[in-house]
Design a protein around this ligand. Structure first.
Ligand code: FBP
Length: 551
């Protein structure tokens, strides 16, 4: 294997831990706070999680810990989309386990949650672990999107853990995976099986956050990577002055990534799905607004710009949201029949016949390629795979049509040439920034501390993240505290509440206060590549979102 100079340098980087976790491991003890309640639906959730509901918040302080050195086997799973820093969660976990007792073992389940069902495992050694420290990706054990949710699957998990003498599982995942982790924790607890389940908050999308989880890991590196690329494109646009770049950015649902990248790069325009939903903005209105900006700039002889489009946008546009919901239901109810329709023409004819009048109109008004993308397979959670819908191209097509009309009417004299981009996979496996390297290592180390404290059904939590790492606070949050009941596939289900962009909070307000200037006067900012070495202000700054949230 060939290692790049940066990879070699990163191997020896020692991630920072919160002050308390740097103490000798047998001098750290848990401190329990107040009992907790779920966000809403307290009575129902209490009934659904009799063993794990209402547990207290946990933090750590110094004291004598006599039990931490007990020999233990722990399993770890990477679940869902890749996010920079996953390897360091495992590294932190591994180091804590071995610090407490070198005889204890860390076992990785390969390929995501299916690894536990198939008992497909690998035991970590120093040599193996060292190959992956401070690197991006999830290739250390692989990831997957299999859902662990049925009693049959839980029974298999229990058996596999018993066979391997595993007493705790760490699930590194997003809101859905951690919801399932909480259900699994409750299952084990109800059976007294002696297996703990602890989660670590992962997703580049940044939508697994709340009062106790300030950010999910990977968001920092991914947004910095996309912002580097956007900044480079902005400089290209400003040099050539001939293209409008439409850039779609990942983020299945929430627009945190688009918002953070907008704050970092000051583009000509950025759409924020949550605002579109609140204002019930239609697709035509979105296009009209973009066209207005393009015409304004054309009048100043500036036939170029950069527009950021969040990946999830389509599902937040009211008529599209209704259409997608109807499509999801139709395709779920008639899965088998739908699979017998072999051509797109047959599929769309059947769909059109079965949709409501409004949705059928919305579907028919879309270009063919977008219709096809809306009919593609759902993910295992029953969701449309928005990363495969080319919203940026849809917007370009509609903007072009509108500009043609204006040109014919003599109200637009500019020129419009476009380029489309989609940044998603480019950022998910980057070398983690110093922030994510430190944060993830701390999350993993801390996850072991929660296990060693005899806890289950908790999410590893490191907070006070806008301060330097030694002031970070290590602790645990009961997963049930973050839950509410939501309608999923026609049923009320307990789920971790997804954090969308809040329109009355500082990150959005800062963007909203500046966006008019950004389109009227080219204000591009070029952040450059993530720096791993150098002065603090260059290589150790958290995201603008996190900083503003802490002001
Ligand atoms: P997670 O929520 O699992 O972290 O995944 C997030 C994400 O990167 C989204 O931004 C994107 O829509 C999706 O994964 C893409 O999924 P896939 O990797 O299966 O194409």
């Amino acid at each position: 294997m060939h290692y790049s100079p940066l990879q070699k340098a990163r191997y020896v980087y020692q991630p920072k831990l919160p002050k308390i976790l740097r103490e000798k491991i047998d001098t750290i003890v848990p401190v329990f706070g107040e009992k907790t309640e779920s966000v809403t639906d307290q009575a129902e959730l209490k009934e659904l999680f009799p063993g794990t509901y209402g547990m207290p918040m946990v933090s750590f302080e110094t004291g004598e810990n006599e039990t931490i050195g007990k020999k233990i086997n722990i399993g770890v799973i990477l679940s869902g989309g890749q996010a920079p820093g996953g390897h360091n969660v495992i590294a932190g976990l591994y180091d804590a386990i071995k610090n407490a007792n070198p005889e204890s073992k860390l076992i990785g389940f390969k390929g995501g949650p299916s690894g536990i069902l198939d008992a497909d495992t690998i035991e970590f050694t120093d040599e193996y672990m060292n190959e992956y420290r401070n690197t991006g990706g999830f290739d250390i054990i692989g990831s997957g999107r299999t859902k662990l949710e049925s009693e049959e699957q839980f029974a298999v998990c229990e058996k596999v853990c018993k066979d391997l003498e595993i007493e705790a599982i760490i699930i590194i995942g997003g809101d859905d995976s951690n919801t399932n982790a909480a259900v699994l924790a409750e299952y084990f607890k109800s059976r007294d099986s002696g297996i703990a389940v602890i989660g670590a908050p992962k997703t580049i999308d940044g939508d697994l956050k709340n009062e106790s989880i300030e950010v999910s890991f990977g968001f920092d590196t991914a947004t910095k990577t996309y912002s580097e690329l956007i900044g480079n494109i902005e400089r290209d646009a400003n040099s050539a002055k001939k293209y409008w770049h439409f850039i779609k950015l990942m983020g299945r649902s929430a627009s945190h990534i688009a918002l953070e990248c907008a704050l970092q790069t000051q583009p000509t325009a950025a759409l924020i799905s949550e605002e579109v939903a609140q204002n019930k903005t239609t697709l035509t209105e979105i296009v009209d607004d973009l066209v207005e900006k393009i015409v304004y700039r054309a009048n100043n002889n500036e036939n170029f710009g950069v527009i950021l489009v969040p990946e999830g946008l389509i599902e937040f546009i009211p008529e599209m949201k209704a259409l997608i919901a109807e499509l999801n239901d139709l395709m779920a109810e008639h899965t088998e029949f739908f699979q017998t329709l072999n051509t797109f023409e047959d599929q769309s004819e059947w769909i059109n016949k079965n949709l409501s009048k409004d949705s059928s109109y919305a579907f028919s008004s879309l270009p063919n390629n977008i219709q096809r993308q809306l009919l593609m397979d759902r993910d295992p959670h029953g969701n449309v795979q928005v990363s495969r819908i080319e919203t940026e191209k849809l917007l370009i097509e509609m903007v072009e049509l509108k500009l043609k009309e204006l040109k014919a009417a003599g109200t637009y004299t500019g020129s419009f040439s476009s380029q489309s981009h989609f940044f998603g996979y480019e950022g998910r496996c980057a070398f983690p920034s110093n922030f994510d390297s430190d944060y993830c290592y701390s999350l993993g180390y801390n996850a072991f501390m929660l296990i060693a404290s005899g806890l289950t059904g908790y999410l590893s939590s490191i907070s006070n993240l806008s301060a330097p790492a030694d002031q970070w606070i290590a602790g645990g949050v009961p997963v049930t505290m973050m839950m509410n009941l939501e309608q999923r596939h026609g049923e009320k289900k307990p789920v971790i509440k997804k954090a969308l962009v809040e329109l009355d909070e500082k990150p959005f307000l800062t963007f909203a206060a500046n966006r008019e200037t950004w389109y009227k006067t080219t204000s591009f900012t070029v952040p450059g590549a993530i720096q791993y070495y150098g002065p603090d202000e260059v290589c150790n700054q958290p995201t603008i979102t996190l900083t503003l949230e802490h002001e």
